[in-house]
Design a protein around this ligand. Structure first.
Ligand SMILES: CC(C)(COP(=O)(O)OP(=O)(O)OC[C@H]1O[C@@H](n2cnc3c(N)ncnc32)[C@H](O)[C@@H]1OP(=O)(O)O)[C@@H](O)C(=O)NCCC(=O)NCCS
Length: 176
């Protein structure tokens, strides 16, 4: 008998507990590679009104200076999510993170951002920063959950529709 396809999972936020059998440990995470770009672009276009281009992602992969850092999360052969961070100047910048709708609410987004934070720690960075659309409740919830604080608001930051960006910052060495 053929195996049943995986059913889409839904976070059961109303009831509190999640019933999904999947956890971040059930995904394989590795550096983004050229062969991932088609799948990454498909997810990117599904997730964002202002998606990155293929060239933007390709630049993340091909970086001998280690300024650009990226990871993909896979469930079998299927792309489940990705994260991109930049390590330049005096702080790490979380540049992009997305989880495909089917795998949301499982802790994968949090896991991917925690990997970027861990990389910042390992490199000795003190600050991790990012911008997020003011209306993006899921992402704002994720960043707050990880201890980021909203430090400013950039009015009309997003060119497409002039939505405001919230700037979030995480201090990796608080109290020092
Ligand atoms: C934002 C995103 C990456 C979250 O990924 P995810 O795997 O579903 O998130 P997680 O399951 O790891 O959730 C971690 C925390 O985020 C918050 N969160 C996640 N989804 C949320 C939602 N729909 N509403 C409010 N908070 C939410 C919660 O605090 C959650 O912690 P909890 O489960 O203990 O309450 C995902 O929704 C996504 O890909 N969105 C589209 C792309 C995007 O907006 N990226 C961010 C650009 S700045």
């Amino acid at each position: 008998m053929a195996q049943a396809p995986e059913k889409p999972r839904r976070p059961d936020r109303a009831g509190g507990k999640r019933r999904s059998p999947l956890r971040p440990a059930d995904f394989t995470v590795r550096p983004m590679a050229p062969g991932d770009l088609d799948a990454v672009l498909a997810v990117e276009r599904r997730c964002f009104r202002d998606p990155w281009s293929r060239q933007s992602f390709a630049a993340e992969i091909d970086d001998p200076d280690r300024v650009h850092w990226s990871r993909v999360a896979l469930r079998g052969q299927r792309l489940a999510g990705y994260v991109v961070a930049w390590f330049s100047l005096d702080r790490a910048h979380l540049a992009n993170v997305a989880v495909t709708p089917m795998y949301r609410g499982l802790g994968l987004g949090r896991h991917l951002v925690e990997l970027a934070i861990g990389e910042a720690r390992d490199r000795g960075w003190r600050w991790v920063g990012l911008e997020v659309r003011a209306s993006n409740d899921a992402a704002v919830g994720l960043y707050r959950r990880l201890g980021f604080r909203c430090t400013s608001r950039r009015r009309g930051y997003y060119r497409e529709d002039r939505e405001d960006a919230l700037v979030f910052t995480l201090d990796l060495k608080p109290g020092t």
